[in-house]
Design a protein around this ligand. Structure first.
Ligand SMILES: Cc1cc2nc3c(=O)[nH]c(=O)nc-3n(C[C@H](O)[C@H](O)[C@H](O)COP(=O)(O)O)c2cc1C
Length: 322
């Protein structure tokens, strides 16, 4: 797992990925993840391709910085996806990922996200058309199927490869599972056995042990971390460090976690003003774990109205941890 990974024309020096997380992986969160994992591919929040096509100022949605960085888009119409992809490529993204896994009704009803699993020909056309126009690698993030009955992800995955996808990330749950229950890694193993392009395993990777176990079962080419990074932007770096060296990095203490929370809040506030404070509430709740008094603090921290209030509560937590 310490060797580089080739994704189409791109060489990656890390096989650990930070997933796209709507409402989470903004520029500020990505900066924190990047600090601990300089070589990992980090994804933006997913972007609606149609919305992007109608925007004059692309940077309003495609707000990218340090590489390697990937942008994820969703839609069901290939013409919008191709148009959006051209704009994203011109902004310097290194990968464009097509979301074929989102379970949210608002998106599936319009034919995007995981509903593409039920329309493999549409999904294939999207990949076919976009890879003919855009030069950077086009990847797909999907699930193992819509529901338990008749999972046919192997055919679907092969169709994506044949159409030109440079890599697949498999969230090893069905659409019906949402985010519940265990990930069925045996399907990732089967896909890996049947395809030539890199396969990245996703779902239930919360620790180095999870990542190692997942790779033992799936033989995947890498792992993607998701909920394990909420309030813990250290995870991708921890796993990557282990893959590179065979050693575990120093354990992150609640004190360090709260210090990071304070920085996260400060940056959100600097970048987004009051909106940043409101968005920061959920992040702070995720950070406040694992020390006496954490649950009391969480209750208060989700109601903060100002940067001063956030700092005061976090300083109290930091005191409790020292
Ligand atoms: C808050 C949240 C936002 C998410 N946003 C996206 C997204 O924008 N694009 C995407 O492909 N998956 C998204 N996901 C799904 C995750 O990337 C991942 O596939 C899923 O959480 C499974 O991994 P886990 O069990 O390690 O959390 C989101 C998940 C959560 C919890």
């Amino acid at each position: 797992m310490s060797s580089p990974l080739k994704v189409g024309s791109l060489n990656l020096n890390s096989r650990v990925f930070q997933s796209p997380l709507a409402g989470v992986t903004d520029r500020i969160f990505r900066k924190l993840v990047r600090r601990y994992s300089p070589n990992s591919m980090i994804y933006t929040e997913m972007i609606n391709a149609t919305e992007l096509c109608h925007l004059k100022k692309v940077q309003q949605l495609v707000d990218i910085e340090q590489k390697p960085i990937g942008v994820q888009i969703f839609d069901s119409r290939y013409d919008f996806i191709v148009e959006a992809a051209k704009k994203i490529e011109s902004q310097g993204a290194q990968i464009i990922d097509i979301n074929m896994g989102c379970p949210v009704n608002k998106i599936t009803k319009k034919g995007g996200g995981s509903s593409l699993l039920k329309q493999p020909k549409v999904a294939q056309k999207i990949i076919y058309e976009i890879t003919r126009i855009v030069k950077i690698p086009i990847t797909v993030k999907t699930r193992i199927g819509w529901n338990d009955s008749g999972i046919d992800i192997l055919d679907f995955a092969k169709m994506m490869e044949d159409a030109g996808a440079a890599m697949l990330t498999i969230h090893a749950r069905t659409r019906d599972q949402g985010y519940n229950g265990t990930s069925h890694w045996k399907w990732v193993k089967k896909i890996k056995e049947n395809l030539l392009i890199p396969i990245i395993a996703n779902g239930n990777i919360f620790s180095i042990e999870d990542a190692v176990k997942c790779l033992e079962i799936t033989n995947a080419d890498g792992v993607m971390c998701s909920r394990g990074t909420l309030g813990y932007p250290f995870l991708v770096g921890e796993i990557d460090y282990f893959f590179q060296t065979g050693y575990c990095s120093q354990i992150i203490t609640p004190y360090q976690r709260l210090k990071c929370a304070k920085e996260h809040l400060k940056e959100l506030w600097k970048y987004k003003g009051n909106q940043g404070i409101y968005q920061g509430r959920k992040h702070l709740r995720w950070y406040c774990q694992g020390f006496p008094g954490a649950s009391e603090l969480r209750k208060k921290i989700i109601c903060i109205e100002s940067i001063e209030e956030g700092y005061r509560l976090l300083d109290k937590g930091i005191e409790l941890c020292t």
